[in-house]
Design a protein around this ligand. Structure first.
Ligand code: SF4
Length: 108
């Protein structure tokens, strides 16, 4: 498993939207399978840091996340996808609990 820095708190300034996935933006660079970018904006999950721990899924009170398969990615072969980021109530539980510090919440 690869140890990474936490998600960039200024990713919206430092990155550009590269694509869309499940109705949310993906902030590049995206070069699969090794670079997958940051998924989401309100609920942003850095897929290059996410280790597929799943605590975010367990604690989110409004079921924002779904699993996504990412075969060949060095940090993990499944990622937490903020599929329903617009439902987020900004409780910040996922951001606080993520062991990889891969999540940043930005209220809309
Ligand atoms: S901040 Fe709370 S409501 Fe929003 S995605 Fe994280 S756990 Fe879910």
């Amino acid at each position: 498993m690869v140890k990474c820095l936490p998600i960039d708190q200024d990713f919206q300034k430092n990155r550009k939207v590269a694509s869309k996935h499940n109705d949310h933006d993906v902030w590049g660079p995206v070069e699969p399978p090794e670079k997958l970018g940051i998924h989401g904006t309100i609920v942003a999950v850095d897929w290059d840091i996410c280790t597929g721990d799943g605590v975010c899924m367990d604690i989110c009170p409004v079921t924002v996340f779904d699993w996504a398969d990412t075969p060949g990615h060095p940090a993990s072969e499944k990622k937490s996808d903020p599929a329903r980021e617009k439902d987020c109530i900004q409780c910040l539980a996922c951001e606080a609990q993520c062991p990889a510090q891969a999540i940043k919440i930005t209220p809309p």
